[in-house]
Structure formats: structure tokens, C-alpha cells
Design a binder for this molecule. Sequence first.
Ligand SMILES: Cc1ncc(COP(=O)(O)O)c(C=O)c1O
Length: 314
Amino acid sequence: MPVQKTEKIWHNGKFIHWDDAKLHVLSHVVSYGSGVFEGIRCYQTLQGPAIFRLREHMQRLINSARIYRMELPYSVDEFSGAACELVRVNKMGACYVKPIVLRGYGEVGVNPLTSPIEIYMACWNWGAYLGPEALAKGVDVCVSSWTRIAPNTLPAMSKAAANYMNSQLIRMEASINGFAEGVALDSDGHVSEGSGMNIFLVHDGTLYTPPLATSILPGITRDTVMKLAADLHIPAKEAVIPREMLYVADEVFFVGTAVEVTPIRSVDKIVVGKGVAGPITRQLQQEFFAVTSGKTPDRHNWLTPVSAPVAATR
Ligand SMILES: Cc1ncc(COP(=O)(O)O)c(C=O)c1O
């Protein structure tokens, strides 16, 4: 679905018109993928629009930039304030917020250090990532023939634009073969993650998810699900997961800002459990949506109302 324009985009501390957020084709990021970004959801809660785990996303943005030696002149609080103001000025309710830090127009060689850093933040309307039925019915996935980026090649902990070339290979292969998504293995052949989401499975009543050292992005939804599992007294562990566990697991599901909590009903055409969302997936999904909709008290302080009065422009 083509992106639906909003009015304003935040650029280096000021709001500009959507159509004016343009780059020169020789900007460093265009040739070399030198950008880091975030994907954040603002939910229309019962108490008004509120951004989910805003500070954690902004901290990850800063961490992603730090790994690539990009110095940012804004703090977590300043970025968070800008995100709230952005949603307000665009008069949005539920939406997706995307801050992007990139190396802009300057020198054209590989060395990024001489190109200026530009920071943009946009928001727009975005629905269910894998289609409206995915959350209810689950999705069919395959194990990708593409391996996730290996340790000490591209750092998986940084949410960097360049990493998404690997994600695109995973996603294209899956789509072309009729699957909703692909699950990548790490360079040792252990389960890593999807093209833009982390993965969990349930085996004998325990929840498992791959650890950071298996080339995953440290997902904020992954962290949310681990905390919700603790609240619900569901045992949960990080563990190195062999590929074949996906075929014998009782339940498998994806998590991420885009996919939220999406059940997986088959892997490589082997049906997971009964082929519908299992009880632990359902319980976690319900709790996730209860929190993000504001129906359940925000006991972890995960929602920032966009009306929060923080200065965002300079
Ligand atoms: C590669 C990858 N893994 C995992 C995730 C899930 O992370 P989060 O829950 O913070 O959105 C994302 C989404 O940002 C992603 O792009």
C-alpha cells in the first residue's frame, strides 16, 4: 500500500512540509546504506493517542547511531518530545513514527565521517503489517535460504538501513514462494529472526526466544513479551534454538512493532500445533493489545501520551 502523506516532517529540529523532505541523489546514504532508524507505533488508546515504549525506541536509535560513530545532538527526551509534537502537529491518532538518522550530501567516497548527519522524523497511518487476517488466523512462513548477517559483519544490534538489504532477500524469497514471511537462521544454522520481527516458540509450556548473539535486533516488542510473560507467570527463556524446533513446537509466533504479536500457523508447510494460534500466543496477544489500547492499566509505564508537554523544536 503506498504511504499516506501527512502534513509535516521533523527535520533537524524544525518542521518542514512532507514534500520538502528531499535528499540529493549523491547523499552518502544512497550509495552506502549509511542510515539508522526506528519504527515506533502510536496507539489510539482509551485515554487518547499514546506512543508505545517511546524512550526505549529513542535509546535504541541513539545506540544504533553510536555503533556507526554518528554523533547526535539530541537526547532521548528531546527525540521523544519531537515524536509527540510530530504526531500532534499532524493531528494523527494511531500511526507509525519513523525517525531516520542518515549521512547526507558531502563527500562521495566510502568514508562516512565527512558527510553531514541529517535527522528526519515522519509519521503516517499504518495498519496490520501482514494483512488484517494475520493477527487472528496466523501466517504461513518458511525458513529462508538466506542466512542472517553474521556476527562481526554488519552489527545486528544496530537498526541500520544496510541490514535491510539482507531482510529484503529474506522477504522477497518468502513472498515469491507464497509465504507471508521468512525466518532466517544465523551463521551457525540456529533460528535468528524474521526479516523485520523477532520470533518466539512454545514448547512444553515454556516460551523460548533466540538470544542477542544469534544476530537478532534487540526487539522492544520481544522485551515487552518477556515482561508480559513474567506478569502472566508463563516461564520464558532466551535459548539457542535449532531449526527443527520450529517443526515440533506447540506454538510459534512473531513479535515486532510492525507485526505486533502474530501467530505462525505453519513453517515450511509443517503445521504448527493445531494450525491456529495456541493458548499462550493468544494470552500474550490479548495482554499486548489490552496494554496498547489502554484497557489495562499501564503498569510498566510504556505509553507516552502525545499531549505530553515536551519542547521539540529549536
Ligand atoms: C530485523 C528486525 N528484527 C526485529 C524487529 C522487532 O523489533 P521491535 O519490536 O523493536 O519493533 C524489527 C523491527 O523493528 C526488525 O526490523
